[in-house]
Design a binder for this molecule. Structure first.
Ligand code: GDD
Ligand code: MN
Length: 387
């Protein structure tokens, strides 16, 4: 079977779907030593529970070890098995979505192809789905769950990734105990029609963030050791995770807008730095650092406000052009930035006076530190109100 192409969007179930209730995707890359055993275990568990009401869809990324061939060898015995050999596109999360795109069931599921996810947990997940939940997640961080023999550093990395997710996307990632899980079931109508754009490994983070399922259930599981083959977890996977989080964070915020915001921000940095030089540098006016910084940052903020109001958020402020509306926005902006300005000045002073850093380096760090603060609060309070 060929992989679908085009947008990563899952459509409605086809009308012949009544027979299939559960579609389980098994993403694989170089799992030739595991796939046959896994497929047999899956059949042994799902046949008694679902009969012919389920299907298994292996999505193999044209593995060099010819995993797809091993899976296809079982086609004659397993009538509910489909094997996709995907070429030209790679990656765990997109493989899952491609599999779900050809799925016929009302419940879409995924399990790793390396036997690290114990197959019997499928029955517990399935039960939750039958009880009407939107999303059922197998979790290592529940009573009864865990990891088998993970070294401390591995646990720390896993937890670190979770904390990072919580910081960037608290509303979505905070909804489950194990947002890093790749073992789950979701109702089709939760994802249907939404264009997905996952990067790397974490399909669950994508679902939580873009699809906002109403009811979520979790069941415990113990992540087993790999007994064969190798993990595909490379440093690039961590990089992709970070990019994925940021992509979700900025979703809905047109990239163009972000580019404008960054350009304006950069112009503000130039104003701030130049004024700091003219006012405080010993070869120039030689004023005190704090006084100079306050003035430099204030003028940089005014610069940023003018450009952001007219350009970055120009579409949001349209129709609210009057001087009164503009002044109101400026006052909101100013009050948010004043707090930022204080942090900014304190940081600069600490670094310059206590750590003995170069004043411009110290200033760059201080500016970077308050940029996030200014950005988010202003987006929320100053320009969102205009929208
Ligand atoms: N099609 C496809 N394409 N499959 C892939 C790719 C890819 O690029 N990369 C990995 N896979 C498959 C593997 O063959 C395996 O079946 C599964 O995805 C998981 O990959 P591993 O490399 O074994 O990942 P892991 O063991 O470190 O992490 C897994 O467990 C975590 C904990 O629950 C992943 O499934 C995570 O998503 C999961 O959260
Ligand atoms: Mn694995």
């Amino acid at each position: 079977m060929n992989a679908p192409s085009g947008p990563l969007r899952i459509g409605a179930a086809r009308s012949d779907a009544d027979v299939i209730q559960l579609s389980l995707v098994v993403p694989t890359f170089n799992e030739s030593s595991n796939i046959s055993a896994l497929l047999r275990e899956l059949a042994a568990i799902l046949d008694p529970a679902l009969g012919s009401a389920y299907e298994i869809i292996v999505v193999d990324d044209d593995s060099p070890d010819r995993t797809w061939e091993c899976a296809e060898a079982l086609l004659p015995q397993m009538r509910n098995l489909h094997v996709i050999r995907r070429k030209g596109e790679r990656g765990l999360s997109t493989a899952i979505v491609r599999g779900w795109q050809v799925a016929r069931g009302d419940v879409l599921a995924v399990i790793d192809g390396d036997l690290q996810h114990p197959p019997e947990v499928l029955l517990a997940l399935w039960k939750k789905m039958q009880q009407g939940t939107d999303l059922a997640v197998a979790s290592r961080h529940l009573q009864g769950g865990g990891v088998s023999e993970w070294a401390l550093w591995r646990r720390a990395v896993s937890r670190g990734a979770q904390v990072l997710g919580l910081l960037v996307l608290p509303g979505a990632v905070g909804r489950v105990n194990d947002p890093m899980s790749g073992y789950l079931m979701v109702r089709r109508d939760v994802v249907q029609g939404i264009e997905l754009s996952p990067l790397g490994y974490k399909i669950l983070v994508e679902l939580l963030s873009r699809c906002a399922p109403r009811e979520i259930a979790e069941v415990p599981y113990v992540f087993r050791e790999r007994h064969s083959g190798h993990s595909k977890l490379t440093p690039a996977v961590y990089g992709n995770y970070l990019r994925h989080l940021l992509r979700l964070r900025f979703a809905g915020l047109a990239p163009e807008r972000f580019l404008r915001f960054a350009t304006v921000g950069l112009s503000g940095v130039v104003v701030d730095m130049a004024l700091l030089y003219f006012l405080s540098d010993p070869t120039s006016l030689g004023w005190g650092l704090t006084r100079s910084k306050l003035l430099a940052a204030e003028l940089a903020m005014v610069n940023n406000f003018i450009w952001n109001d007219a350009w970055t958020y120009g579409d949001l402020t349209r129709g609210e052009y009057g001087w009164k509306a503009r002044l109101r926005r400026f006052l909101k902006f100013q009050s948010i930035c004043t707090a930022g300005l204080l942090i900014n000045t304190i940081l600069l002073n600490l670094q310059f006076n206590l750590l003995g850093m170069n004043r411009y380096e110290a200033n760059a760090i201080a500016i970077a530190a308050v940029t996030g603060w200014n950005y988010w609060l202003n987006l929320r309070l100053t320009w969102r109100a205009a929208r």
